[in-house]
Design a protein around this ligand. Structure first.
Ligand code: GLC
Ligand code: MG
Length: 524
C-alpha cells in the first residue's frame, strides 16, 4: 500500500499553518501502525507555490517552508527505520518560471539555456503559435515582451514546459534523479509523465466535438499532439534503466489515458518503462456494481502479461471518495481497494472518511479553480489539513491553517477513530493486516464471479487458499451467491462495524451496503 502525503496539509511542526517534514516525522509511528508500505510525498522542493509545489524552482533542494536537506535525510532514515519506503514526486514536464534555468532562458534569444524551454515565434496574425489550451484554462502560450517570442506552458504561465528534445536538459534532469537516488529515496511518482514531450512541429490539436460548456476549457481540444508521444515512451524507458541500475526502486507514472494507450507505459519485457502507470479508474468510474465490474475486467484484460496492476482511490487532485459516494460506501470502497489485485494507493485523510469540505470563496487557493470558477473542479476541498485530535486547530497546527479544516473535525479525527473499533480507520487497519497475512490478497489470482444485482464479487486464490469478496453497492439486502460446491469457512472481514457482524451466521445474506471478505472451502 502506497500512502500519499500532501505535505502542506499533513502536520505542521513550526506554527506557520503549513505542514512540514518534521511534522511528517512526528506522525510516522501512526503510518507504520496503519500498515502501509510506502509513502509518496507530493513536492517538497523550493517553489513560489503558484501550483503549491508543482512549480519547482530547484529540483535538488527543499523549500524552507518544509525544512532543509538535513531534515529530509533525517526523515528518510526515520522512514527506513520503520521498514517503510519513501517516494518523491518528480516533476519533469515543467519548472517554475523562477527556476534559474528559465530566468536564463528568457534572458535573451541566444542564451545557452534558451531551448531548454519551448519558445516559438507568433503565428502570422501575431497570436499564439498554435491552438493548444492549458490544463488550467486559457492558451498554452505566454508572450514574452523582452525577447519577442511565446513560450509553452501546459499548466500555469508560471510553469513553463521543459524541452525534452534538448540533450543537455535531459542530462540535467537525469542528474536530478541521481541526486535523490544517491540519497537513498526508494523511487518516484512522476508528474504528468504522458505530457513530457510534444509532437515535432507542434501541430494544432483537433477540436473535441463532444465538448459542452460544463467541461473544462482544456477539453475543447483532444490532446493528440501535446501528449502521449512515442518519444515520451523512450524517455520513460531511460528513467527505468536508471532506476534498475540502483536496484529495488520503483517508478510510478501519472498517466491519464484509455486502457490500450495506458498499458503501453509498462513498456515491453526487453524495454521496461514505469513499474506502475497510475490507474485512476476507481476515481473516474460510476459507483455501481455493473459498470465497476466491466471497468475492472477491461483494465485487467488490457495489462501486458508482465504488468502488475495498481489502483488509486483518491489524490490531492480528485474529489474525496467519501464526498463522492457517501460514508457507508466509502467503507465498501476501502474493501475494494485493498482486495483487488495490484498495488493500492490511498490519499491522506481518506482513512478517516473526510467528506465534502466547503471552501468559502475568500479561502480558495487552487489556481485551477481560480482560473475556471463555477465548474466545481476546485482541488482545495481535498487538500484541507488532517485533523489529528479535538484540540485547537485539530492538532494540525497551533495557528490558523492555510486551508480550513473539515467542518466535522471535532468528531472526525484520528484520535477518536483510533480508539473506536467500529471506525473507518480501524477497518483500513484490519484490511491492511489481512493483506499482509493472506498471500491470496497480496499476490493471488483474480477472477470476477457471478453475483446478485448490485453486488460486485470476485475470488482471490493462492496456494490452495480461496477468498471471496462480495460487495453490496446498494442500500438493500442482497443474496450472497457462493461459487458451486463451496461453502464459507470463515468470515475474515465485513465493512459493517465489527460489533454488528462478529456473530453472523456464515452463510448469511449481504446486509445493505455491506462488503464481505470470506474464506471458502470445497464442499465434500
Ligand atoms: C499533476 C499534479 C497536479 C499539478 C499538475 C501540474 O497533475 O498532480 O497537482 O497541478 O500535475 O504539475
Ligand atoms: Mg510548518
Amino acid at each position: 500500500m502506497i500512502y500519499q502525503i500532501y505535505p502542506r496539509s499533513f502536520q505542521d511542526s513550526d506554527a506557520d499553518g503549513v505542514g512540514d517534514l518534521a511534522g511528517i516525522e512526528l506522525r510516522l509511528d501512526y503510518l507504520a501502525g496503519l500498515g502501509i508500505d510506502a509513502i509518496w510525498l507530493s513536492p517538497i522542493y523550493p517553489s513560489p507555490m503558484a501550483d503549491f509545489g508543482y512549480d519547482v524552482a530547484d529540483f535538488c533542494g527543499i523549500d524552507a517552508m518544509f525544512g532543509d536537506l538535513a531534515g529530509f535525510d533525517r526523515l528518510l532514515a526515520a522512514v527506513h527505520n520503520r521498514g517503510l519506503r519513501l517516494l518523491l514526486d518528480f516533476v519533469p514536464n515543467h519548472s517554475s518560471d523562477q527556476h534559474p534555468w528559465f530566468v536564463e532562458s528568457r534572458g535573451s534569444r541566444d542564451n545557452p539555456k534558451r531551448d531548454w524551454y519551448i519558445w516559438r515565434d507568433p503565428a502570422p496574425d501575431g497570436g499564439p503559435p498554435n491552438n493548444w489550451i492549458s490544463d488550467f484554462g486559457g492558451s498554452s502560450w505566454e508572450w514574452d515582451e523582452t525577447t519577442g517570442q511565446y513560450y509553452l506552458h501546459a499548466f500555469l504561465a508560471s510553469q513553463p514546459d521543459l524541452n525534452w528534445r534538448k540533450p543537455e536538459l535531459r542530462e540535467a534532469m537525469v542528474t536530478v534523479l541521481r541526486f535523490w537516488l544517491d540519497r537513498g529515496v526508494d523511487g518516484f511518482r512522476i508528474d504528468v509523465l504522458w505530457h513530457i514531450i510534444k509532437a515535432e512541429g507542434l501541430p494544432d490539436n483537433p477540436i473535441n466535438t463532444h465538448w459542452t460548456p460544463d467541461c473544462t476549457q482544456r477539453d475543447r481540444l483532444v490532446q493528440v499532439y501535446s501528449t502521449d508521444q512515442p518519444e515520451a515512451h523512450a524517455i520513460s524507458a531511460e528513467f527505468r534503466a536508471l532506476a534498475d541500475r540502483y536496484g529495488d526502486r520503483v517508478l510510478i507514472g501519472e498517466i491519464c489515458l484509455p486502457n490500450d494507450r495506458h498499458a503501453r507505459w509498462y513498456g515491453t519485457p526487453d524495454r521496461l518503462q514505469v513499474h506502475l502507470p497510475f490507474n485512476f479508474q476507481l476515481i473516474e468510474n460510476a459507483w455501481d456494481a455493473a459498470s465497476l465490474r466491466r471497468m475492472i475486467a477491461a483494465y485487467e484484460a488490457s495489462l501486458p502479461a508482465f504488468g502488475w496492476p495498481n489502483w488509486v482511490i483518491g489524490s490531492h487532485d480528485a474529489p474525496r471518495i467519501a464526498a463522492r459516494i457517501g460514508e457507508t460506501q466509502a467503507r465498501v470502497a476501502a474493501m475494494l481497494l485493498l482486495t483487488l489485485r495490484g498495488t493500492p494507493t490511498m490519499y491522506q485523510g481518506d482513512e478517516i472518511g473526510i467528506g465534502e469540505v466547503k471552501i468559502s470563496p475568500d479561502r480558495v487557493r487552487d489556481p485551477q479553480d481560480l482560473r475556471q470558477p463555477g465548474l466545481g473542479i476546485g482541488r482545495d476541498r481535498s487538500r484541507t489539513p488532517i485533523p489529528w485530535n479535538a484540540s485547537a486547530y485539530a492538532g494540525f497546527s497551533t495557528v490558523e491553517p492555510w486551508l480550513p479544516l473539515n467542518e466535522d473535525w471535532r468528531e472526525r479525527n484520528f484520535e477518536i477513530q483510533d480508539r473506536d473499533s467500529n471506525s473507518l480507520l480501524s477497518l483500513y487497519r484490519s484490511l491492511l493486516a489481512l493483506r499482509r497475512s493472506h498471500d491470496a490478497l497480496a499476490i493471488g489470482d483474480f477472477k470476477l464471479v457471478d453475483a446478485a444485482e448490485d453486488v460486485l464479487a470476485y475470488q482471490r486464490r493462492h496456494a490452495g487458499e480461496c477468498l471471496l469478496i462480495a460487495l453490496n453497492l446498494s442500500d438493500a439486502m442482497r443474496t450472497l451467491m457462493l461459487p458451486t460446491d463451496t461453502c464459507v469457512e470463515e468470515v475474515l472481514a465485513s465493512t459493517l462495524p465489527p460489533s454488528t457482524w462478529a456473530l453472523r451466521p456464515l452463510d448469511a445474506a449481504l446486509a445493505p451496503n455491506e462488503g464481505l471478505l470470506l474464506r471458502l472451502k470445497e464442499k465434500h
